[in-house]
Write a protein that binds this ligand. Sequence first.
Ligand code: AMP
Ligand code: MG
Length: 535
Amino acid sequence: MTRLAELVWDDSFTRELPGDEDTANRVRQVHGAAYSRVMPTPTEAPTLVSASTEMLEMLGLDADIGDDEWFVREMTGNSVIAGTDPHAMCYGGHQFGNWAGQLGDGRAITLGEVLTESDGRQTLQLKGAGPTPYSRTADGLAVLRSSIREFLCSEAMHHLGVPTTRALTVALTGDKVMRDMFYDGRPALERGAVVCRVAPSFIRFGNFEIFAARGDIDNLRRLADYTIRTHFPELLDSPAGPVSKDVYVDWLAEVARTTADMIVHWQRVGFVHGVMNTDNMSIHGLTIDYGPYGWLEDYDPGWTPNTTDASMKRYRFGAQPHIASWNLERLANAVYPLVEEVEPLQDALNSYVTRFNERWPQMMADKLGIVDFDPESDQSLIEGLLELLVRAETDMTLFFRGLADVDTASATIADDELVAPLVEAYYVADQFSGDHRANTVAWLRRYRERIAAGGQADPARRRAMNSVNPKFVLRNYLAQLAIDDADQGDFGLTNELLDVLRNPYDEQPEHERFAAKRPDWARTRPGCSMLSCSS
Ligand code: AMP
Ligand code: MG
């Protein structure tokens, strides 16, 4: 069996960037350094909950390595893998629109980088493995419920085709963690857990912001140069030469484009991140830091799952495209000292808008199965639909799956037959009546004409639509059911969901129940309809 220590490890981040000279693990402001070396905290009785088969394979590990006691110890920080250089990164961030100063990896400890055969450099990081110099007032730990949510969702997002950090394992530490889940002064002990997550790097916008905010331009430049040389070498004319101003600008434009792509995917599948602070924005355009995220049930651009954001709704579904742009502006401000010219940075930021405006309408056209999409003439069809969807509680996932089954072939069709594939999508049957039903029928008739004009036959259209409109997403209540079982020591549903969500676009009739809309009991249940940041 291949042990973790036998993989090809690198430590470019700690080798090439300045580290904190103080090696004590106590909370502090860390200046002039990109990271602090820190060891994970041993735990009472580590046990594996689940491992991602695909991630084991990507890293070159055996499928049954989860049975190996050493592996479980390593995945919970109880044994340090030989050849790794554990550390926590220093970063800052804008939280809910305000500069928050130093944040950093308060409960994430990066082990090192594996040079994989298939997927290049992959950084492994333990989340919840104990305090670091960046833990501020918190404990550096994570609970089982939030760890299962991160593990399942990051793998599900990957299979949906959404750029994301990945998860290798989720494991119980055997320790208890105190959490005030509802921030109502009723803390309780919960099971502690650690997720091992994986990404090319975990560098965030905030890693640049902290150096800029402190006027530490030398280290800002070192970080930018390291990032570009290591993760964006295609932007360089010569790998060894200095990084020019143009390259910093090109890099910002690249981050802007990949961020736009990520947001378009979020809007496609109905994902709401919940905490789009700049410290939660990956420079690789990956979905990162799964906290109080949620999935749209009824299509509502004003919805956010995050109770902390309930009044402002800054990070609501419909605001995500704008917020990403605002966050990119913060990154542009941070790298300004390296470029010292506003215009090229502004141009780079404009790549976000250009890319988003190009990709979002195309994504919507794909959801509708329009093959010969014309942004001008088709815009009103798309807008018309989005206006309809908010008028009644309409399950986004079921609606688009149902739309694929709408008959566009028959010359004439009765209203009842036309809407039949969509009826299941409505949460309140009464709401799909009267004017709303009539308007929906009118829109569907326009849609039929449009599809007929495009000349795509229904079976081909259905196949195309079903490849971009998922059947299975990690519905909020499904994650909560898996957590309820896991809290009782039963990980069956966690592993079953992991498996179903591997093929989110396939019908999987044997798993039909996981495609059902939110049951009524889940409408107001915490964890299903709203989440706090407590994790
Ligand atoms: P988040 O909103 O979860 O991305 O976290 C914001 C900041 O708080 C980051 O610096 C985290 O590392 C830190 N943080 C969150 N939870 C904990 C915890 N339990 N212990 C230490 N730091 C934490
Ligand atoms: Mg974070």
